[in-house]
Design a protein around this ligand. Structure first.
Ligand code: MN
Length: 233
């Protein structure tokens, strides 16, 4: 039976009727890997989230704006654009409950940062302001832009992708600073920026800083979704 994969929605209300949404790439990637996507809007009741998670086999945490720095004990810096407070509340309940329930999780971009902060880690609020690096991590102009990511050999990520180095896109301005409890960094760019994490004492919790859903034409990137589906079966 195909597993149902919950996809956490983004949320916007600026200048519009408030709406929850996800980019189609995410649901298409779940379908391509053999799962059934199911979109999750803002829900702020923990017991409702528990009930919902019992119906869902795995969880996909997509990209989005920034985690409010108060979550990791810092003041918001100029370049930090926080998610809506209702989404923030909902996201921490969703991630906290999912981790308690040991649900398989694939976290992407904002998703990896959310998992890291939910487990007590912190973030670099803006790479260009805080880190001296020749590598461009936020490329918004060139859709084909990639940088090289080196993957640790002793990682689940290496087992999934099956190679030491891959080309990955990059559209993030934040990154993991201090790792959350139980997390290992499993891939980096040459400047030391953390590009992937996983949790060892957990059935399947993998996070990547890039957007594999936009590169599923490559077996290396599709492999991440295949691994989530397999872990959710
Ligand atoms: Mn990057």
């Amino acid at each position: 039976m195909k597993p149902i994969i919950g996809i956490n929605c983004d949320y916007e209300e600026e200048g519009k009727q408030p709406y929850s949404f996800t980019y189609r790439d995410y649901s298409e990637a779940v379908v391509a890997a053999g799962g059934i996507p199911f979109l999750l809007p803002i829900i702020k009741d923990k017991s409702d989230v528990e009930l919902l998670l019992k119906k869902i086999a795995g969880l996909l945490l997509p990209g989005g704006n920034d985690v409010p720095p108060q979550r990791y004990g810092e003041e918001r810096q100029e370049k930090t654009v926080c998610v809506h407070p209702d989404k923030d509340t909902s996201d921490f309940i969703l991630v906290g409950t999912s981790i308690q329930m040991k649900k398989p999780i694939l976290a992407i971009c904002y998703g990896i940062q959310l998992v890291n902060v939910a487990l007590g880690g912190s973030l670099i609020q803006d790479i260009p302001s805080e880190v001296k690096t020749p590598i461009i991590h936020k490329d918004s102009q060139n859709k084909r832009y990639t940088h090289t990511v080196t993957i640790r050999k002793d990682s689940l990520l290496h087992k999934i992708i099956g190679t030491d180095r891959i080309e990955a896109n990059s559209t993030h301005h934040q990154a993991i600073k201090r790792l959350g409890k139980g997390l290992k960094d499993t891939a980096h760019t040459a400047d030391g920026i953390i590009e992937a994490i996983e949790c060892r004492d957990y059935p399947f919790l993998v996070g990547v800083q890039w957007h594999p859903e936009r590169m599923t034409g490559s077996p290396y990137h599709l492999a991440l979704f295949n691994a989530l589906i397999k872990a959710s079966e």
